[in-house]
Design a protein around this ligand. Structure first.
Ligand SMILES: Nc1nc2c(c(=O)[nH]1)N[C@H]1C(S)=C(S)[C@@H](COP(=O)(O)O)O[C@H]1N2
Ligand SMILES: [Mo]
Length: 505
């Protein structure tokens, strides 16, 4: 084939590879139900320094089109380079990858999952490019006329393009499925609780700068799950089955659940994987049906010790039956979080929340089944991987402010949160270096299942390096353990410390 013809085909190969990369990135974004995609992220970043037009709806769409064109042109150029020499395309693909990942990082924050679509898309470009260019490089067979060879290449390229379009379309469909559930969710109006939570008194939130708010917002609430694809569940077809060792198997629909007398309760949820001082804990007002009400109708058989709750995506948690039947524990089949229907990433339409137990053994999101059983017969997802089967929450306290920092001498506000559900917090103390323990002031709280804010005003005149340590005491007088343990297998312990440098004021 003529050199000119080959050059053109190498650009086609690059363009096709670019298209495949875009399609894979789009599908990936659909699978993890991100509310964006790498192309959107690039457009967002490019729009920042530009006029308000480019930041508007129309401008943004136009920018996205330009991003796609630029992406395809660059990919075409990469194809040309790859033809000249193997791997030469990396000179284009690596900068393209860097720019894309930087743009993505501005939108998804930390956490690897948000990067997956971009990484897969970029890998797909490179792989497709290599395959197509290798095809072009094949020495023409003696019997293969040039025209036929060229036709073969175009056929391959065409097939790949078709595949790319199907992949991109699937991505779009997934994004639309979650959009549809989002529409339905928006229209839900939750009933008033039969048993409302106590009103949140003034003095529950100390409003200290840098301190976690008393109620975590739904948007900032930590998220932990194994769901690669966020389940999109239509509440109109959702059901909860209660089975296993029960006298009466039951099935409950979403509408039936909402008709029941619901309870509202403030519960701090935390994760067994949380490190000392870590952020895998949040506090919210949950609205839901007490699990014990449903269990009372199902009538567990004698010998049953555990309830295995299973999610739409197959995850499961094993929770002690005794805790779920305890009239003093507000274990809920939650439909509401801080006044809104559960957000999709926090388990829409229904999840469990059990005060006093780590989410790992209790807080099943996208709940679809409760099986009354025994610990001998069944086990939960994380227990099968060696984590503790029972997950009582350890007494925990955290310094939110100051963070590792340099501060002027004088009065330093030290503040944070402490939790010990279902017992509650009775005291928090702060230690400076190896000194004595100072009693912190405790904020009000709605009850023992909720965390409590605390604040300590530290007077410091001497510049230098200091270490602040916090320690909580529960309402039974038990003091938080200072024994250092990693999260595995039963939750971290040890005291949270923060180094602080004081400069002369
Ligand atoms: N379906 C499902 N539910 C789940 C999980 C999961 O992986 N899948 N993770 C659990 C764990 S380990 C925790 S700590 C809590 C976290 O809930 P959140 O993401 O709403 O904060 O959900 C629990 N429920
Ligand atoms: Mo967790």
């Amino acid at each position: 084939m003529s050199q000119g013809g080959l050059l053109g085909l190498s650009r086609v190969a690059g363009g096709v590879a670019g298209l495949v990369g875009l399609a894979v990135a789009e599908l990936g974004a659909g699978l993890i139900a991100r509310d964006g995609s790498p192309v959107m992220d690039l457009a967002t970043v490019l729009a920042w320094p530009l006029s308000s037009f480019w930041n508007s709806g129309t401008g943004r769409v136009l920018l996205m089109v330009l991003v796609v064109i630029a992406w395809l042109v660059l990919a075409a150029f990469a194809g040309q380079l790859e033809l000249r020499r193997r791997h030469l395309s990396l000179f284009v693909i690596v900068p393209l990858a860097t720019a894309t990942l930087l743009a993505v990082s501005t939108q998804v924050g930390p956490g690897a999952l948000g990067y997956v679509p971009a990484v897969l898309g970029l890998a797909a470009i490179y792989v497709t490019l290599r395959v197509l260019i290798a095809e072009l490089r094949r020495p023409p067979g003696a019997l293969e006329p040039l025209v036929a060879e060229r036709r073969n290449f175009l056929k391959t390229a065409g097939l790949i393009t078709l595949g790319g379009i199907i992949v991109a379309g699937t991505g779009r469909l997934l994004i639309q499925a979650s959009n549809k559930v989002a529409e339905v969710r928006k229209k839900i109006s939750l009933p008033e609780p039969a048993n409302p939570a106590p009103t949140i008194a003034a003095g529950t939130d100390l409003n200290v700068a840098g301190l976690s708010p008393y109620l975590s917002t739904n948007g900032s609430f930590y998220r932990i799950d194994t769901a690669l694809q966020l389940p999109a569940i239509d509440p109109d077809t959702w059901t909860l089955r209660v089975t296993g060792l029960v006298e009466n198997e039951l099935t409950l629909t979403y509408a039936q659940l909402l008709e029941r007398p619901l309870t509202e309760h403030v519960t701090t949820l935390s994760c067994m994987s949380n490190e000392v001082g870590g952020a895998l804990a949040g506090n919210a007002v949950w609205l839901g049906l007490p699990v014990r009400d449903l269990l009372a109708e199902a009538v567990p058989q004698s010998g049953a010790t555990m309830v295995l709750s299973t999610s739409h995506d197959g995850w499961s948690a094993a929770t002690p039956l005794s805790v779920l039947r305890d009239p003093d524990v507000a274990a809920l089949l939650a439909v509401g979080m801080n006044g809104d229907p559960l957000p999709p990433e926090h388990g829409f339409p229904v999840r469990m929340v059990v005060p006093g137990l780590y989410g790992d053994v209790s807080a099943t999101k996208w709940l679809t089944q409760l099986k009354v059983t025994t610990y001998q017969e069944d086990s939960g997802y994380w227990a099968q991987k060696g984590w503790a089967a029972r997950g009582p929450v350890k007494i925990t306290s955290r310094i939110d402010t100051p963070t590792r920092s340099v501060i002027g001498a004088g009065t330093v506000i030290v503040a944070g949160v402490a939790w010990a559900p279902p017992i509650g917090i009775s005291a928090v103390h702060v230690q400076v270096n190896d000194g004595s323990w100072h009693k912190a002031e405790l904020a009000e709280t709605t009850g023992p299942d909720s965390w409590r804010q605390w604040v300590y005003e530290w007077e410091v005149d001497e510049p230098g390096d200091y270490t602040l340590t916090v320690r909580a005491t529960d309402a039974n007088g038990r003091i938080q353990s200072s024994k250092v343990a990693p999260p595995f297998p039963s939750g971290a312990s040890g005291l949270h410390t923060v180094p602080v440098k004081i400069r002369p004021s």
